[in-house]
Design a protein around this ligand. Structure first.
Ligand code: G16
Length: 543
Protein backbone atom coordinates (compact mmCIF):
# COMPACT_ATOMS: atom_id res chain seq x y z
CA UNK A 1 0.00 0.00 0.00
CA UNK A 2 1.19 3.54 -0.71
CA UNK A 3 2.87 4.43 2.54
CA UNK A 4 5.18 7.36 2.33
CA UNK A 5 8.03 7.94 4.74
CA UNK A 6 8.69 11.65 4.79
CA UNK A 7 11.77 13.30 6.27
CA UNK A 8 11.16 15.96 8.90
CA UNK A 9 12.96 17.86 11.65
CA UNK A 10 11.96 18.56 15.27
CA UNK A 11 9.99 21.61 16.44
CA UNK A 12 11.33 22.81 19.78
CA UNK A 13 7.91 23.78 21.17
CA UNK A 14 6.06 20.46 21.29
CA UNK A 15 6.05 19.96 25.05
CA UNK A 16 2.51 19.03 26.18
CA UNK A 17 0.99 21.24 28.91
CA UNK A 18 -1.67 20.52 31.53
CA UNK A 19 -3.75 18.75 28.90
CA UNK A 20 -1.95 17.96 25.67
CA UNK A 21 -0.36 20.25 23.11
CA UNK A 22 -2.22 23.54 22.59
CA UNK A 23 -1.07 26.14 20.10
CA UNK A 24 -2.45 28.65 17.67
CA UNK A 25 -4.01 27.11 14.55
CA UNK A 26 -1.35 28.87 12.49
CA UNK A 27 1.32 26.96 14.41
CA UNK A 28 -0.41 23.65 13.71
CA UNK A 29 -0.75 24.61 10.03
CA UNK A 30 3.01 24.75 9.55
CA UNK A 31 4.17 21.94 7.28
CA UNK A 32 4.88 18.78 9.32
CA UNK A 33 3.91 20.33 12.68
CA UNK A 34 0.88 18.12 13.37
CA UNK A 35 2.49 15.17 11.61
CA UNK A 36 5.55 15.39 13.85
CA UNK A 37 3.50 15.35 17.02
CA UNK A 38 1.29 12.49 15.87
CA UNK A 39 4.31 10.43 14.81
CA UNK A 40 5.89 11.19 18.18
CA UNK A 41 2.79 9.85 19.92
CA UNK A 42 2.93 6.66 17.87
CA UNK A 43 6.69 6.30 18.33
CA UNK A 44 6.33 6.54 22.10
CA UNK A 45 3.80 3.67 22.17
CA UNK A 46 4.40 -0.06 21.89
CA UNK A 47 2.21 -2.90 20.77
CA UNK A 48 -0.54 -1.06 18.90
CA UNK A 49 -0.12 -2.99 15.63
CA UNK A 50 -3.55 -4.22 14.53
CA UNK A 51 -5.23 -2.51 17.50
CA UNK A 52 -8.03 0.07 17.67
CA UNK A 53 -7.55 3.83 17.96
CA UNK A 54 -10.38 6.24 18.81
CA UNK A 55 -10.36 9.63 17.11
CA UNK A 56 -12.48 12.75 17.38
CA UNK A 57 -12.51 16.34 18.43
CA UNK A 58 -14.62 19.30 19.40
CA UNK A 59 -15.21 20.45 15.83
CA UNK A 60 -13.14 23.58 16.05
CA UNK A 61 -11.35 25.09 13.07
CA UNK A 62 -8.73 22.65 11.66
CA UNK A 63 -10.52 19.63 13.22
CA UNK A 64 -11.38 18.07 9.85
CA UNK A 65 -7.95 18.56 8.34
CA UNK A 66 -6.34 17.08 11.44
CA UNK A 67 -8.69 14.07 11.43
CA UNK A 68 -7.77 13.37 7.81
CA UNK A 69 -4.02 13.52 8.53
CA UNK A 70 -4.27 11.38 11.66
CA UNK A 71 -6.38 8.71 9.92
CA UNK A 72 -3.77 8.42 7.19
CA UNK A 73 -0.92 8.33 9.69
CA UNK A 74 -2.68 5.69 11.81
CA UNK A 75 -3.05 3.54 8.65
CA UNK A 76 0.61 4.01 7.76
CA UNK A 77 1.75 3.18 11.28
CA UNK A 78 -0.14 -0.11 11.47
CA UNK A 79 -3.29 0.45 13.53
CA UNK A 80 -5.89 -2.18 12.68
CA UNK A 81 -8.94 0.01 13.09
CA UNK A 82 -9.92 3.57 13.89
CA UNK A 83 -13.26 4.50 15.44
CA UNK A 84 -13.87 8.07 14.38
CA UNK A 85 -16.80 10.24 15.38
CA UNK A 86 -19.07 11.27 12.50
CA UNK A 87 -17.93 14.64 11.08
CA UNK A 88 -14.82 14.21 13.24
CA UNK A 89 -16.83 14.99 16.37
CA UNK A 90 -16.38 13.38 19.78
CA UNK A 91 -16.62 15.26 23.05
CA UNK A 92 -13.73 14.54 25.39
CA UNK A 93 -15.87 12.47 27.80
CA UNK A 94 -17.52 10.65 24.88
CA UNK A 95 -14.06 9.79 23.51
CA UNK A 96 -13.16 8.36 26.90
CA UNK A 97 -16.42 6.39 26.96
CA UNK A 98 -15.79 4.96 23.47
CA UNK A 99 -12.15 4.03 24.26
CA UNK A 100 -13.31 2.09 27.31
CA UNK A 101 -16.38 0.48 25.77
CA UNK A 102 -14.57 -0.87 22.71
CA UNK A 103 -11.33 -1.64 24.61
CA UNK A 104 -9.34 0.52 22.25
CA UNK A 105 -5.58 0.77 22.55
CA UNK A 106 -5.97 4.53 23.07
CA UNK A 107 -7.39 7.64 21.51
CA UNK A 108 -6.51 11.00 20.06
CA UNK A 109 -8.70 13.93 21.06
CA UNK A 110 -8.52 17.16 19.11
CA UNK A 111 -9.37 20.17 21.21
CA UNK A 112 -8.02 23.23 22.89
CA UNK A 113 -10.88 22.87 25.35
CA UNK A 114 -12.25 26.22 26.53
CA UNK A 115 -9.85 28.30 24.41
CA UNK A 116 -11.41 30.17 21.45
CA UNK A 117 -11.39 28.60 17.97
CA UNK A 118 -10.99 29.94 14.45
CA UNK A 119 -8.22 30.49 11.90
CA UNK A 120 -6.27 32.72 14.29
CA UNK A 121 -7.26 31.06 17.53
CA UNK A 122 -6.34 27.82 19.25
CA UNK A 123 -6.10 24.16 18.37
CA UNK A 124 -4.96 21.23 20.45
CA UNK A 125 -4.25 17.52 20.46
CA UNK A 126 -3.87 15.02 23.24
CA UNK A 127 -3.40 11.32 23.58
CA UNK A 128 -5.58 9.21 25.88
CA UNK A 129 -4.52 5.80 27.12
CA UNK A 130 -6.49 2.56 26.97
CA UNK A 131 -8.11 3.20 30.35
CA UNK A 132 -9.73 6.20 28.64
CA UNK A 133 -7.95 9.00 30.44
CA UNK A 134 -5.36 11.60 29.51
CA UNK A 135 -1.86 10.20 29.15
CA UNK A 136 0.03 10.36 32.44
CA UNK A 137 3.16 12.48 32.72
CA UNK A 138 5.56 9.68 31.90
CA UNK A 139 3.77 9.17 28.57
CA UNK A 140 3.60 12.88 27.71
CA UNK A 141 7.28 13.19 28.56
CA UNK A 142 8.09 10.28 26.27
CA UNK A 143 6.07 11.91 23.46
CA UNK A 144 7.97 15.14 23.96
CA UNK A 145 11.30 13.30 23.93
CA UNK A 146 10.33 11.62 20.64
CA UNK A 147 9.30 14.98 19.17
CA UNK A 148 12.76 16.35 19.86
CA UNK A 149 14.50 13.50 18.06
CA UNK A 150 12.12 12.91 15.16
CA UNK A 151 13.57 12.50 11.67
CA UNK A 152 10.66 11.11 9.62
CA UNK A 153 6.95 10.32 9.74
CA UNK A 154 4.76 7.78 7.97
CA UNK A 155 1.61 8.65 6.09
CA UNK A 156 -0.77 6.73 3.80
CA UNK A 157 -1.43 8.45 0.49
CA UNK A 158 -3.90 6.23 -1.32
CA UNK A 159 -7.50 7.21 -0.77
CA UNK A 160 -9.61 9.02 1.74
CA UNK A 161 -12.39 8.41 4.25
CA UNK A 162 -15.77 10.14 4.14
CA UNK A 163 -16.17 11.05 7.81
CA UNK A 164 -19.70 12.32 7.25
CA UNK A 165 -20.95 8.83 6.36
CA UNK A 166 -21.70 6.43 9.23
CA UNK A 167 -20.40 2.89 8.89
CA UNK A 168 -17.38 0.87 7.79
CA UNK A 169 -14.79 2.03 5.28
CA UNK A 170 -11.16 1.16 4.62
CA UNK A 171 -8.00 3.10 4.34
CA UNK A 172 -5.45 0.73 2.86
CA UNK A 173 -5.34 -2.23 5.24
CA UNK A 174 -6.89 -0.32 8.12
CA UNK A 175 -10.61 -0.44 8.92
CA UNK A 176 -12.32 2.84 9.68
CA UNK A 177 -15.65 2.88 11.52
CA UNK A 178 -17.43 6.22 11.40
CA UNK A 179 -19.55 6.14 14.55
CA UNK A 180 -22.44 8.16 15.94
CA UNK A 181 -20.65 10.44 18.42
CA UNK A 182 -23.62 10.55 20.81
CA UNK A 183 -25.10 7.04 21.03
CA UNK A 184 -22.59 5.22 23.26
CA UNK A 185 -22.27 8.17 25.61
CA UNK A 186 -26.03 8.70 25.91
CA UNK A 187 -26.47 4.99 26.67
CA UNK A 188 -23.94 5.23 29.49
CA UNK A 189 -25.71 8.25 30.99
CA UNK A 190 -28.97 6.33 30.96
CA UNK A 191 -27.35 3.57 33.01
CA UNK A 192 -26.10 5.99 35.67
CA UNK A 193 -29.06 8.29 36.24
CA UNK A 194 -32.73 8.00 37.05
CA UNK A 195 -34.09 9.06 33.67
CA UNK A 196 -37.78 8.40 34.59
CA UNK A 197 -37.45 10.69 37.64
CA UNK A 198 -35.80 13.42 35.55
CA UNK A 199 -38.49 13.04 32.89
CA UNK A 200 -41.11 13.48 35.61
CA UNK A 201 -39.29 16.59 36.83
CA UNK A 202 -39.44 18.18 33.38
CA UNK A 203 -43.06 17.09 32.99
CA UNK A 204 -43.89 18.93 36.23
CA UNK A 205 -42.90 22.26 34.68
CA UNK A 206 -39.28 22.42 35.82
CA UNK A 207 -37.38 24.75 33.52
CA UNK A 208 -33.77 24.59 32.47
CA UNK A 209 -31.45 26.49 30.17
CA UNK A 210 -28.45 24.62 28.84
CA UNK A 211 -25.95 26.77 26.95
CA UNK A 212 -23.76 24.63 24.71
CA UNK A 213 -21.83 27.77 23.67
CA UNK A 214 -21.76 26.59 20.02
CA UNK A 215 -19.33 23.92 21.12
CA UNK A 216 -19.34 20.14 21.04
CA UNK A 217 -22.06 19.31 23.60
CA UNK A 218 -24.90 20.73 21.48
CA UNK A 219 -25.77 17.40 19.79
CA UNK A 220 -25.33 15.50 23.07
CA UNK A 221 -27.54 17.91 25.02
CA UNK A 222 -30.27 17.95 22.35
CA UNK A 223 -30.30 14.14 22.25
CA UNK A 224 -30.22 13.57 26.01
CA UNK A 225 -32.06 16.52 27.55
CA UNK A 226 -34.67 17.22 24.91
CA UNK A 227 -35.12 13.90 23.06
CA UNK A 228 -34.66 11.38 25.87
CA UNK A 229 -35.62 13.37 28.98
CA UNK A 230 -38.44 15.40 27.50
CA UNK A 231 -37.11 18.87 28.25
CA UNK A 232 -39.00 21.33 26.04
CA UNK A 233 -37.40 22.27 22.71
CA UNK A 234 -35.38 25.42 23.27
CA UNK A 235 -33.96 24.19 26.60
CA UNK A 236 -30.64 23.78 24.79
CA UNK A 237 -29.37 27.05 23.35
CA UNK A 238 -26.38 27.65 21.07
CA UNK A 239 -26.58 23.94 20.33
CA UNK A 240 -24.96 23.88 16.90
CA UNK A 241 -21.20 23.29 17.06
CA UNK A 242 -19.37 25.91 15.01
CA UNK A 243 -15.66 25.94 14.04
CA UNK A 244 -15.20 29.31 15.75
CA UNK A 245 -17.82 28.76 18.48
CA UNK A 246 -19.76 31.67 17.02
CA UNK A 247 -16.89 33.99 17.82
CA UNK A 248 -17.29 33.29 21.54
CA UNK A 249 -14.97 31.94 24.18
CA UNK A 250 -16.39 28.50 25.04
CA UNK A 251 -15.48 28.66 28.69
CA UNK A 252 -18.39 28.08 31.06
CA UNK A 253 -17.69 30.66 33.74
CA UNK A 254 -19.31 33.85 34.96
CA UNK A 255 -17.39 35.99 32.49
CA UNK A 256 -17.58 34.01 29.26
CA UNK A 257 -21.07 32.54 29.81
CA UNK A 258 -22.49 35.94 30.63
CA UNK A 259 -25.62 35.42 28.48
CA UNK A 260 -26.53 32.41 30.57
CA UNK A 261 -25.81 34.30 33.78
CA UNK A 262 -28.14 37.07 32.60
CA UNK A 263 -30.84 34.57 31.65
CA UNK A 264 -30.61 33.02 35.11
CA UNK A 265 -31.24 36.25 36.96
CA UNK A 266 -34.67 37.58 37.74
CA UNK A 267 -37.72 36.13 39.43
CA UNK A 268 -38.85 34.31 36.30
CA UNK A 269 -35.49 32.73 35.49
CA UNK A 270 -35.37 28.97 34.83
CA UNK A 271 -34.78 26.60 37.76
CA UNK A 272 -31.44 25.35 36.51
CA UNK A 273 -28.82 26.88 34.26
CA UNK A 274 -25.84 24.99 32.90
CA UNK A 275 -23.11 25.44 30.35
CA UNK A 276 -20.21 23.40 29.08
CA UNK A 277 -17.00 24.16 27.26
CA UNK A 278 -15.42 23.59 23.85
CA UNK A 279 -14.90 19.84 24.25
CA UNK A 280 -17.64 19.13 26.76
CA UNK A 281 -15.63 18.19 29.81
CA UNK A 282 -16.22 21.35 31.85
CA UNK A 283 -19.49 22.53 33.35
CA UNK A 284 -20.98 25.46 35.18
CA UNK A 285 -24.08 25.13 37.33
CA UNK A 286 -26.42 28.01 38.16
CA UNK A 287 -29.63 28.15 40.12
CA UNK A 288 -32.11 30.99 39.79
CA UNK A 289 -30.04 34.05 40.78
CA UNK A 290 -27.46 31.70 42.24
CA UNK A 291 -24.00 30.54 41.19
CA UNK A 292 -22.61 27.22 42.39
CA UNK A 293 -18.81 27.23 42.55
CA UNK A 294 -17.23 24.13 41.00
CA UNK A 295 -15.76 23.25 44.39
CA UNK A 296 -19.18 23.42 46.05
CA UNK A 297 -20.70 21.50 43.16
CA UNK A 298 -18.28 18.62 43.73
CA UNK A 299 -19.07 18.61 47.46
CA UNK A 300 -22.86 18.74 46.96
CA UNK A 301 -22.80 16.03 44.30
CA UNK A 302 -20.66 13.79 46.50
CA UNK A 303 -22.96 14.31 49.49
CA UNK A 304 -26.00 13.39 47.37
CA UNK A 305 -24.45 10.73 45.15
CA UNK A 306 -26.59 7.89 46.46
CA UNK A 307 -29.68 9.50 44.93
CA UNK A 308 -28.45 8.42 41.49
CA UNK A 309 -28.83 4.72 40.64
CA UNK A 310 -25.26 4.48 39.36
CA UNK A 311 -23.90 5.54 42.75
CA UNK A 312 -26.53 4.02 45.05
CA UNK A 313 -23.82 1.86 46.60
CA UNK A 314 -21.92 4.95 47.76
CA UNK A 315 -18.52 6.34 46.88
CA UNK A 316 -15.17 4.65 47.43
CA UNK A 317 -13.41 7.99 47.80
CA UNK A 318 -13.23 11.53 46.48
CA UNK A 319 -10.28 13.26 44.81
CA UNK A 320 -9.78 16.95 44.16
CA UNK A 321 -6.93 18.97 42.71
CA UNK A 322 -4.88 20.84 45.28
CA UNK A 323 -6.18 24.34 44.42
CA UNK A 324 -9.81 23.16 44.59
CA UNK A 325 -11.54 24.17 47.82
CA UNK A 326 -11.64 21.79 50.74
CA UNK A 327 -15.45 21.60 50.76
CA UNK A 328 -15.28 18.04 49.39
CA UNK A 329 -12.92 17.00 52.20
CA UNK A 330 -15.66 17.75 54.72
CA UNK A 331 -18.11 15.54 52.86
CA UNK A 332 -15.55 12.75 52.64
CA UNK A 333 -14.90 13.01 56.38
CA UNK A 334 -18.64 12.83 57.11
CA UNK A 335 -19.02 9.82 54.81
CA UNK A 336 -15.99 8.12 56.35
CA UNK A 337 -14.20 7.85 53.00
CA UNK A 338 -10.81 9.10 51.83
CA UNK A 339 -10.23 12.39 50.06
CA UNK A 340 -7.16 12.67 47.83
CA UNK A 341 -5.40 15.91 46.93
CA UNK A 342 -3.68 15.81 43.53
CA UNK A 343 -1.91 18.33 41.29
CA UNK A 344 -3.96 20.25 38.72
CA UNK A 345 -4.78 18.09 35.70
CA UNK A 346 -7.34 15.35 35.25
CA UNK A 347 -4.57 12.91 34.36
CA UNK A 348 -3.68 12.66 38.04
CA UNK A 349 -7.07 11.12 38.90
CA UNK A 350 -6.71 8.16 36.51
CA UNK A 351 -4.66 5.92 38.76
CA UNK A 352 -6.91 6.61 41.75
CA UNK A 353 -9.99 5.64 39.77
CA UNK A 354 -8.35 2.60 38.18
CA UNK A 355 -7.30 1.39 41.62
CA UNK A 356 -10.83 1.83 42.99
CA UNK A 357 -9.70 4.51 45.46
CA UNK A 358 -11.78 7.41 44.13
CA UNK A 359 -15.25 7.42 42.59
CA UNK A 360 -15.83 11.19 42.23
CA UNK A 361 -13.17 13.69 41.21
CA UNK A 362 -13.31 17.42 40.79
CA UNK A 363 -11.39 20.55 40.07
CA UNK A 364 -12.02 24.22 40.67
CA UNK A 365 -11.57 24.77 36.92
CA UNK A 366 -15.18 23.74 36.28
CA UNK A 367 -14.38 20.04 36.08
CA UNK A 368 -16.33 17.26 37.77
CA UNK A 369 -16.57 13.61 36.94
CA UNK A 370 -16.59 10.04 38.12
CA UNK A 371 -15.13 6.67 37.34
CA UNK A 372 -17.75 6.08 34.60
CA UNK A 373 -15.08 7.44 32.22
CA UNK A 374 -11.57 8.78 32.79
CA UNK A 375 -12.18 12.41 31.83
CA UNK A 376 -14.11 15.13 33.52
CA UNK A 377 -17.59 15.25 32.13
CA UNK A 378 -19.73 18.36 31.81
CA UNK A 379 -23.05 16.75 30.90
CA UNK A 380 -22.57 14.07 33.53
CA UNK A 381 -22.40 16.78 36.20
CA UNK A 382 -25.51 18.43 34.79
CA UNK A 383 -27.39 15.13 34.76
CA UNK A 384 -26.37 14.34 38.33
CA UNK A 385 -27.65 17.76 39.37
CA UNK A 386 -30.90 17.03 37.53
CA UNK A 387 -31.11 13.66 39.25
CA UNK A 388 -30.74 15.19 42.68
CA UNK A 389 -33.15 18.01 41.88
CA UNK A 390 -35.66 15.39 40.72
CA UNK A 391 -35.21 13.45 43.95
CA UNK A 392 -35.20 16.40 46.35
CA UNK A 393 -37.60 18.76 44.56
CA UNK A 394 -35.87 21.85 45.94
CA UNK A 395 -34.29 24.84 44.27
CA UNK A 396 -30.53 24.75 43.59
CA UNK A 397 -29.97 27.57 46.08
CA UNK A 398 -31.84 25.75 48.86
CA UNK A 399 -29.79 22.61 48.29
CA UNK A 400 -26.49 24.49 48.46
CA UNK A 401 -27.51 26.53 51.49
CA UNK A 402 -28.56 23.40 53.34
CA UNK A 403 -25.23 21.89 52.40
CA UNK A 404 -23.36 24.85 53.91
CA UNK A 405 -25.51 24.67 57.06
CA UNK A 406 -24.53 21.01 57.45
CA UNK A 407 -20.85 21.14 56.52
CA UNK A 408 -19.88 24.81 56.82
CA UNK A 409 -19.08 27.07 53.89
CA UNK A 410 -15.73 27.27 52.15
CA UNK A 411 -15.67 30.76 50.70
CA UNK A 412 -13.59 30.38 47.56
CA UNK A 413 -12.48 32.41 44.57
CA UNK A 414 -9.89 32.26 41.80
CA UNK A 415 -8.27 35.40 40.42
CA UNK A 416 -6.58 35.09 37.02
CA UNK A 417 -4.02 37.51 35.64
CA UNK A 418 -3.93 36.65 31.96
CA UNK A 419 -1.40 37.44 29.23
CA UNK A 420 1.47 38.35 31.54
CA UNK A 421 4.98 38.27 30.14
CA UNK A 422 6.46 34.81 30.59
CA UNK A 423 9.64 36.14 32.21
CA UNK A 424 7.62 38.37 34.51
CA UNK A 425 5.38 35.51 35.64
CA UNK A 426 8.28 33.08 36.04
CA UNK A 427 10.14 35.68 38.07
CA UNK A 428 7.20 36.19 40.38
CA UNK A 429 6.88 32.46 41.01
CA UNK A 430 10.63 32.03 41.49
CA UNK A 431 10.73 34.80 44.07
CA UNK A 432 7.72 33.34 45.86
CA UNK A 433 9.50 30.01 45.97
CA UNK A 434 12.56 31.74 47.33
CA UNK A 435 10.55 33.36 50.11
CA UNK A 436 8.92 30.17 51.42
CA UNK A 437 11.30 29.70 54.35
CA UNK A 438 10.92 33.30 55.43
CA UNK A 439 7.12 33.04 55.13
CA UNK A 440 6.81 30.13 57.51
CA UNK A 441 5.42 31.25 60.90
CA UNK A 442 5.15 34.84 59.70
CA UNK A 443 2.17 36.84 61.00
CA UNK A 444 0.05 39.13 58.80
CA UNK A 445 -2.46 40.80 61.12
CA UNK A 446 -4.89 38.08 62.18
CA UNK A 447 -3.31 35.55 59.80
CA UNK A 448 -0.40 33.40 60.97
CA UNK A 449 1.28 31.23 58.34
CA UNK A 450 1.11 27.56 59.31
CA UNK A 451 2.54 26.06 56.12
CA UNK A 452 4.25 27.49 53.06
CA UNK A 453 5.47 25.08 50.41
CA UNK A 454 5.59 24.17 46.74
CA UNK A 455 3.10 21.33 46.40
CA UNK A 456 4.62 17.97 45.49
CA UNK A 457 2.56 14.85 44.88
CA UNK A 458 3.46 11.23 45.22
CA UNK A 459 0.97 9.06 43.39
CA UNK A 460 -0.23 6.49 45.94
CA UNK A 461 -0.68 3.87 43.23
CA UNK A 462 2.52 3.97 41.17
CA UNK A 463 4.74 6.07 43.43
CA UNK A 464 5.52 8.61 40.70
CA UNK A 465 6.44 12.04 42.03
CA UNK A 466 5.35 15.39 40.55
CA UNK A 467 7.13 18.45 41.89
CA UNK A 468 6.44 22.19 41.74
CA UNK A 469 2.68 21.92 41.43
CA UNK A 470 1.76 25.24 43.00
CA UNK A 471 2.72 27.37 45.98
CA UNK A 472 0.53 27.01 49.03
CA UNK A 473 0.38 29.44 51.90
CA UNK A 474 -1.86 27.99 54.60
CA UNK A 475 -2.80 29.96 57.70
CA UNK A 476 -3.48 28.74 61.21
CA UNK A 477 -7.28 29.04 60.76
CA UNK A 478 -7.12 26.79 57.67
CA UNK A 479 -7.47 29.67 55.18
CA UNK A 480 -5.30 29.28 52.09
CA UNK A 481 -3.76 31.19 49.25
CA UNK A 482 -2.44 29.14 46.32
CA UNK A 483 -0.40 30.49 43.42
CA UNK A 484 0.35 28.68 40.18
CA UNK A 485 0.85 29.36 36.51
CA UNK A 486 -1.69 27.99 34.06
CA UNK A 487 -0.54 25.12 31.87
CA UNK A 488 -3.23 25.52 29.21
CA UNK A 489 -2.72 28.98 27.73
CA UNK A 490 -1.21 29.66 24.34
CA UNK A 491 -0.15 33.28 24.79
CA UNK A 492 2.22 34.59 27.46
CA UNK A 493 1.57 33.37 30.99
CA UNK A 494 -1.49 33.31 33.23
CA UNK A 495 -1.06 33.61 36.97
CA UNK A 496 -3.81 31.94 38.96
CA UNK A 497 -4.37 32.91 42.57
CA UNK A 498 -6.77 30.76 44.57
CA UNK A 499 -8.15 32.07 47.83
CA UNK A 500 -10.15 30.11 50.39
CA UNK A 501 -11.57 30.65 53.87
CA UNK A 502 -13.76 28.32 55.91
CA UNK A 503 -16.81 29.71 57.71
CA UNK A 504 -18.58 27.27 60.02
CA UNK A 505 -21.26 29.72 61.27
CA UNK A 506 -24.47 29.55 59.15
CA UNK A 507 -25.31 33.10 60.29
CA UNK A 508 -22.28 34.21 58.27
CA UNK A 509 -23.00 32.31 55.05
CA UNK A 510 -24.67 35.22 53.27
CA UNK A 511 -21.69 37.38 52.51
CA UNK A 512 -20.56 38.23 49.02
CA UNK A 513 -17.60 35.97 48.26
CA UNK A 514 -15.22 38.77 47.30
CA UNK A 515 -16.14 40.65 50.48
CA UNK A 516 -15.74 37.56 52.65
CA UNK A 517 -12.29 36.99 51.15
CA UNK A 518 -11.19 40.63 50.93
CA UNK A 519 -8.55 40.35 53.68
CA UNK A 520 -6.97 37.26 52.10
CA UNK A 521 -7.11 38.79 48.62
CA UNK A 522 -5.15 41.81 49.86
CA UNK A 523 -2.70 39.45 51.52
CA UNK A 524 -2.28 37.44 48.32
CA UNK A 525 -1.16 40.61 46.59
CA UNK A 526 1.10 41.63 49.47
CA UNK A 527 2.86 38.25 49.66
CA UNK A 528 3.51 37.93 45.92
CA UNK A 529 3.75 41.63 45.02
CA UNK A 530 1.39 41.12 42.09
CA UNK A 531 0.32 44.73 41.47
CA UNK A 532 3.80 46.04 42.05
CA UNK A 533 5.48 43.57 39.70
CA UNK A 534 2.89 43.34 36.94
CA UNK A 535 1.33 46.78 37.03
CA UNK A 536 -2.08 45.09 37.11
CA UNK A 537 -4.43 46.58 39.65
CA UNK A 538 -7.07 43.89 39.18
CA UNK A 539 -7.35 40.34 37.84
CA UNK A 540 -8.55 39.71 34.28
CA UNK A 541 -11.05 37.06 35.30
CA UNK A 542 -12.56 36.29 38.69
CA UNK A 543 -14.40 33.02 39.22
C1 G16 B 1 -7.30 21.28 31.72
C2 G16 B 1 -7.11 20.04 32.53
C3 G16 B 1 -7.70 20.24 33.90
C4 G16 B 1 -7.11 21.47 34.54
C5 G16 B 1 -7.35 22.66 33.65
C6 G16 B 1 -6.76 23.96 34.15
O1 G16 B 1 -8.67 21.48 31.52
O2 G16 B 1 -7.72 18.95 31.92
O3 G16 B 1 -7.47 19.11 34.64
O4 G16 B 1 -7.71 21.72 35.78
O5 G16 B 1 -6.78 22.39 32.39
O6 G16 B 1 -5.42 23.98 33.91
P1 G16 B 1 -4.55 25.28 34.06
O7 G16 B 1 -4.93 25.89 35.40
O8 G16 B 1 -3.17 24.74 34.03
O9 G16 B 1 -4.89 26.23 32.95
P2 G16 B 1 -9.26 21.60 30.07
O10 G16 B 1 -10.74 21.71 30.28
O11 G16 B 1 -8.61 22.84 29.52
O12 G16 B 1 -8.82 20.35 29.38
Amino acid sequence: MPILVRPTAPFADQKPGTSGLRKKVTVFQQPNYLENFVQSIFDSLEGFGGQTLVLGGDGRFFNREAVDIILRMAAANGFGRVLVGQRGILSTPAASCVIRKYRAFGGIVLSASHNPGGPHEDFGIKYNIGAGGPAPEKVTEAIYAQSQAIGEYRIFEGGAVDIDRLGSQRLGEMAVEVIDPVADYAGLMEELFDFPAIRALFASGFRMRYDAMHAVTGPYAHAILEDRLGAPAGTVVNGTPLPDFGGGHPDPNLVHARDLVAAMSGADAPDLGAASDGDGDRNMILGRNFYVTPSDSLAVLAANARLAPGYAGGLAGIARSMPTSQAADRVAAALGIRCFETPTGWKFFGNLMDAGLATFCGEESFGTGSNHVREKDGLWAVLLWLNLLAARRQQVEQIVRQHWATYGRNYYSRHDYEALGTAEADGLMADLRGSLTELRSKRFGEYVVRLADDFAYTDPVDGSVSMKQGIRVVFSDGSRIVYRLSGTGTEGATLRVYVERFEPDPAKHDQDTQVALAGLIRLADEIAGIALRTGRSAPTVIT
